[in-house]
Write a protein that binds this ligand. Structure first.
Ligand code: SF4
Length: 307
């Protein structure tokens, strides 16, 4: 990484010559690469820019929020004693989890529904319970004792790339073997969704390998909508190659960040893009480039944690 690039991602943005009385400072988070944003850049550099640099608001979808809800319920479920991890417990956690999500993001209910009386809300909550039902068809959580759920992993590669992400669940066997588990609740096109999911899992495997010196034994993707589990065993050589790929993506992001040259890359995923109206590929004009962002205290939203 060049010095200017390092400066660009490590500056706290404090101006020189200001008062010497230390003002209370909110903690700032250095910009890092997450699997979601790396996938965005691979898919379309302009999409990355609009999300990560411009940070344009995106309207949450019912499917996204339902995914966040199901993840929250599964996290709560694993916090309970093993014997209580039965379907009835999980179903009972749905409504409180939805209330909690609305407290964190009061605008969500209005974005998704016309109000608390919207007749679509109950079937939507029922569909979240349906996904939990599928989960119980795939495994029995009473037999598991995860080391962590919603685990934040953050590590810096030798070349200065900072990786950051949340792992849905980490299982560690008494022998020390690690299994990374990710729940998928969405309906992304199967082949595209799988490639993205595998990229995400290798990202976590790389971060864990760097943090713990152990290559995870298994990466497990649980597709709740169609009750399928995919298992993958990475090896060290593969993670080394992946590390080079991730570093190359970050270097490309930094280069684009310096010049503002984030080009659109049209694909059939454009149908899912929130920013089509601003995209030159579809006759739109993006806002003026705001410059590379300073680190902030709120670098992610609640929905960033759920793919
Ligand atoms: S519409 Fe397609 S090309 Fe345009 S920004 Fe979105 S993903 Fe990129």
């Amino acid at each position: 990484m060049t010095d200017s690039a390092r400066d660009a991602i490590s500056s706290t943005g404090q101006a020189l010559g200001e008062s010497t009385v230390p003002a209370p400072r909110r903690p700032v988070r250095r910009l890092a690469l997450s699997p979601s944003r790396a996938s965005d850049f691979k898919q379309c550099p302009l999409l990355y820019r609009l999300r990560a640099v411009d940070r344009l608001p995106e309207k949450a979808t019912k499917a996204q929020v339902r995914g966040t809800l199901v993840h929250a319920v599964l996290e709560e479920l694993f916090a309970k004693p093993a014997a209580e991890r039965v379907p009835a417990t999980a179903y009972a956690l749905v409504e409180p989890a939805w209330q909690k999500l609305q407290q964190e993001r009061p605008e969500l209910a209005e974005e998704l529904f016309t109000g608390a009386e919207d007749p679509e809300q109950e079937p939507w909550l029922a569909s979240a319970r349906g996904l939990l039902d599928s989960y119980f068809g795939l495994e029995d959580p009473r037999r598991l004792q995860p080391e962590a759920c919603e685990l934040l992993v953050e590590t810096e590669l030798d070349n200065g790339v900072l990786l950051r992400g949340y792992i849905d669940r980490l299982d560690v066997a008494p022998t020390g073997e690690i299994r990374v588990v990710d729940y998928k609740t969405g309906n992304a096109p199967r082949e595209i969704g799988e490639a993205k999911a595998l990229f995400q899992m290798k990202f976590y495997a790389l971060a864990l390998w760097k943090l713990r010196g152990v290559v995870p034994r298994q990466l497990q993707l649980m597709y709740l909508a169609n009750r399928e589990t995919l298992k993958y065993a990475p090896d060290e050589a593969e993670l080394r190659r992946f590390e080079r790929l991730v570093s190359a993506i970050w270097q490309a992001i930094l280069t684009a960040g310096r010049t503002g040259d984030f080009r659109p890359s049209r694909s059939r995923l454009c149908d899912y893009c929130n920013h089509k109206a601003l995209c030159p590929e579809f006759g739109g004009t993006p806002p003026a480039y705001p410059g590379w962002p300073e680190p902030t205290a709120d670098a992610e939203t609640v929905l960033d944690r759920t793919d």
